[in-house]
Design a protein around this ligand. Structure first.
Ligand code: GRF
Length: 203
């Protein structure tokens, strides 16, 4: 399967997916990486792995709609089977989401439906939670609201700073995102209505 990854930053999840493809733990290849921000480390990771990569800056387009239309063109030039959001810090238009419905994945650093949006680690600490985590989900028009495929939990310890917790969550991100991408690549994972289906069973 052909995978395109969208990033805005360091790309550690991108790296985990690249490594898993190389190790044949994912039945597919990352064929392109697109960032909306120039000079991020994720682009260097793509370059180092010999993967086509480009910047499509949102600043060069008059509206979100026009940016997303151009992003679709850019992505579709790679003819992907799957589009993976890995720290892509943009809200997507309904038109974009509809274009890739059922083949668009995101990773969100919380146990959804808890803590949609930003600053999830600090919010979990401030709320006095004892457990936090990460979710991989299909993307729908509702922000951080599509069907959850897989979650991993981590403990929150007394005295944790947001950065401690983020590091603990990241380890789990790098474990579960390649797993889910592989399920998709092996045709085991689909979306039906607002439900994720794995091996024929609703999750
Ligand atoms: C991750 O925490 C992910 O859950 C969130 O953005 C971050 C991206 O990190 N959506 P990286 O760029 O993959 O290192």
């Amino acid at each position: 399967k052909r995978i395109v990854v969208l990033i805005s930053g360091s790309g550690s999840n991108l790296q985990a997916i690249i490594d898993a493809c190389k190790a044949e733990k994912i039945d597919g290849d990352v064929v392109g990486v697109i960032s909306n921000i120039a000079d991020v480390f994720g682009l260097t990771r793509a370059e180092n792995a010999g993967i086509a990569n480009e910047v499509l800056s949102h600043k060069e387009f008059a509206s979100r709609e026009i940016y997303d239309q151009n992003l679709i063109k850019c992505i579709d030039a790679y003819q992907p089977d799957l589009v993976v959001l890995a720290g892509f810090m943009r809200i997507l238009t309904p038109q974009f989401v509809q274009h890739y419905v059922g083949r668009l994945l995101n990773i969100h650093p919380s146990l959804l439906p808890k803590y949609q949006g930003l600053n999830t680690h600090q919010r979990a600490i401030d709320a006095g939670d004892k457990t936090h985590g990460v979710s991989v989900h299909f993307v729908t028009e509702e922000l951080d609201g599509g069907p959850v495929i897989l979650q991993a939990k981590v403990p929150i310890f007394d005295g944790d700073e947001a950065s401690d917790l983020a590091a603990r969550v990241h380890e789990q991100e790098h474990r579960i995102y390649p797993l889910v991408v592989n399920w998709f690549c092996q045709n085991r994972l689909t979306m039906s209505g607002n439900c994720a289906i794995l091996d024929g069973k609703p999750l």
